[in-house]
Ligand binder design. Structure first.
Ligand code: URA
Ligand code: CA
Length: 432
């Protein structure tokens, strides 16, 4: 087989065979196929697309390029959740203990964040003593005993994706739906998930800026999942504004604690309940979404969700006292309020600008090697549609530096007030 012929075939809009797809993934991963040929192929895929069948074959060929995680010793159906990423997205921290509290086994592999705020692991590490360096056997035991554990992602998972993504990143071919879908699904499948729930974000703070594209991406991932035997459901949710009120690692842990006690922000609670219900149904712990939602709502209010979170923190060496006493979390030296100079309704609250402001304070990584300041971040006092009077607090910066004029200017540029009270739907669609 010659790579030239595969490129030509895709360039002409034809469908690639299983052998051809396996040939190119193996060849590229082991270095037999050079970057320039793979670049040409990606560009052909970018313009010609791929069928669901091709995308599913590509996904599985990528899975087979490295290690896969065997979770078969964990009882029950292992459901994983993936979010395409947003600003202030604390849902994993809430969802994991919440669905574990109704008996779902949650075996969570997480990574560190790049950009915006940290990933789930960074957030958990703002809890003193918490550690994710556990062996696979310990991981399995913890999940069987407590229904929930979190482990760092193996370095050897889907090497094909690491190499392919780096190349796409510099050849203007990231934004291809079959390539994004197979990249995401390959990592979830290699991590051992039996079933997958996807949260596809759309809006100014998301990767997919428009709803139609987000729906198409969700549909493609659901179809790939099903065609390789993994039950998959998806939610398309709005990311025009940050989720909840906290953006920053320790601040988001605090927000997750509030939410698990039934006192969280409305949008974060709602999204957690919708995604959580899908996870509970996929794990066969409820027959319908309505039944699942009722179980989850009950546990947010009867203390079971927060108790599960406490047990989980303790089981991985963390100080569970933070749950009753969140002041034990890392706290920045200064809390600086930013006030409004005018009155009106909030008509714009640009999520990625707020994410950037948190990054400027040190809450996220600029490169893979940067260290992260877990204590800093931004609290939002107003959200889209809220009424603001001149002088009202808009934001509170949690910062370790005295002069924050750059960040303040940047933040004020993220918010617009107007005369009209707009309403944004959080859940745009669900694919079931
Ligand atoms: N996220 C991924 O994991 N892969 C992509 O290709 C795009 C976003
Ligand atoms: Ca948040």
């Amino acid at each position: 087989m010659r790579m030239y012929d595969v490129i030509e075939k895709k360039r002409n809009g034809q469908t690639l065979t299983e052998d051809e797809i396996k040939f190119l993934v193996e060849g590229y991963t082991n270095g037999a196929i050079p970057d320039y040929q793979m670049s040409a192929l990606f560009m052909a895929i970018y313009f010609q697309g791929m069928t669901i069948e091709e995308s599913a074959i590509l996904t599985m060929a990528m899975v087979q390029s490295g290690d896969t995680v065997d979770l078969s010793k964990i009882q029950g159906i292992k459901v994983d959740k993936h979010s395409t990423g947003g600003v202030g997205d604390t849902t994993t921290l809430i969802l994991a203990p919440l669905v574990a509290s109704v008996g779902v086994h949650v075996a969570k592999m997480s990574g560190r964040g790049l950009g915006h705020t940290g990933g789930t692991i960074d957030k958990l590490e703002s809890i003193a003593g918490f550690h994710i360096e556990i062996t696979n056997n310990e991981f399995v035991e913890l999940v069987n005993d407590h229904h929930l554990a979190v482990i760092g992602q193996s370095e050897h998972l889907v090497p094909a994706d690491k190499k392919m993504y780096s190349l796409r990143d510099v050849t203007a071919t990231v934004n291809s739906i079959p390539l994004i879908a197979s990249s995401i699904m390959s990592k979830k499948i290699a991590s051992g998930a039996d079933a997958i729930v996807l949260d596809v974000k759309t809006g100014t703070g998301a990767f997919m800026k428009n709803e139609e594209e987000a729906k198409l991406l969700a549909r493609t991932m659901v179809d790939i999942g099903r065609s390789v035997g993994k039950e998959t459901l998806a939610v398309i949710s709005n990311m025009d504004q940050p989720l909840g009120r906290a953006v920053g690692n320790a601040l988001e842990v605090n927000e997750a604690i509030d939410t698990l006690k039934g006192q969280g922000p409305k949008d974060l609670t709602e999204l957690s309940l919708v995604l959580g219900s899908q996870m509970v149904v996929l794990a066969n712990k409820a027959e319908t979404m309505e039944e699942a939602r009722k179980m989850l709502e009950e546990n947010l209010h009867n203390g079971k969700a927060i108790t599960t979170f406490k047990t989980f923190i303790q089981s991985q060496g963390g100080d569970a006292n933070i749950v009753d006493n969140p002041s034990l979390l890392p706290r920045a030296l200064f809390q600086i309020d930013v006030h409004s100079e005018t009155s009106g309704y909030v008509t714009q609250l640009i999520a990625d600008r707020i994410g950037k402001a948190a990054l400027m304070l040190g809450a996220g990584r600029k490169t893979k090697e940067s260290t992260i300041d877990l204590s800093v971040g931004i609290l939002l006092h107003k959200k889209l549609g809220d009424q603001v009077q001149k002088g009202d607090k808009l934001f509170t910066l949690h910062t370790n530096t005295k002069d924050n004029s750059d960040v303040t200017t940047h933040l004020l540029g993220s918010i617009k007030l107007g005369n009209e009270q707009i309403e944004k739907e959080l859940i745009i669609d669900t694919l079931e």
